[in-house]
Design a protein around this ligand. Structure first.
Ligand code: XMP
Ligand code: MG
Length: 189
């Protein structure tokens, strides 16, 4: 990441290496292959954070499936959930009677996931489950199940592999923890 010259300045340390992420995708892919055997689920990636996870996870799933994307926003530009979730872009696939698998980068308060699960149930999906790369249970506000996840994380702000800090650093291939003082400095801007 030679051109992202300040990356080590903003990161406290690496939390998950590329190998760690690959291991999580492989493990979850096997679980989901069993879960959806004989079914034809619709994989719905939550933009934008889930893009890398969706491409890697789906290739570890030996399942006949469709793929689509949804864009819901709750975060604005910062690191704290606003609590209000807005549908920015819906799926174009008809999910009525279908098994929907939402693919998320991280579940934090659960506002976003709850909104998406309710949304697909209202559209008449037969089942709605979620595979998230990361799960931050200490911050949960909404009672919502993260059906499959790669790893739990503590109450830290993480970045990379799709996860952003003020819209940036999504294309770092590993996941790092953002320094609290950097979060503070941006919040005061
Ligand atoms: P909620 O609070 O609705 O949030 O569960 C889900 C969305 O919030 C974002 N999020 C993060 N993004 N590092 C990030 O880059 C984090 O540590 C983090 N925690 C939450 C994320 O976009 C997720 O979809
Ligand atoms: Mg997101």
């Amino acid at each position: 990441m030679a051109n992202q010259d300040n990356i080590q300045d903003i990161l406290e340390n690496t939390l998950f290496s590329e190998a760690d992420i690959h291991e999580m995708c492989t493990r979850l892919g096997k679980q989901l292959t069993e879960e959806y055997a004989g079914k034809e689920p619709v994989l719905v990636g939550a933009l934008t954070g889930a893009i890398y996870f969706m491409t890697d996870l789906s290739r570890q799933m030996d399942v006949k499936c469709k793929m689509d994307f949804i864009d819901v926003s709750s975060y604005g530009n910062g690191t704290e959930s606003s609590g209000k979730v807005k549908l920015v872009k819906d799926v174009s696939t008809d999910v009525k009677g279908k098994d929907v698998l939402i693919i998320e980068d991280i579940v934090d308060t659960g506002h976003t996931l709850k909104f998406m699960k309710d949304h697909f149930m209202e559209l008449g999906a037969r089942s709605v489950k979620c595979a998230a790369l990361l799960n931050k249970p200490s911050r949960r506000v909404d009672d919502v199940t993260v059906d499959f996840y790669g790893s739990e994380v503590g109450n830290q702000f993480v970045v990379g592999y799709g996860l952003d800090f003020y819209g940036m650093y999504r294309n770092i291939p590993f996941i790092g923890i953002v320094k609290p003082e950097v979060i503070q400095a941006y919040a005061n801007k």
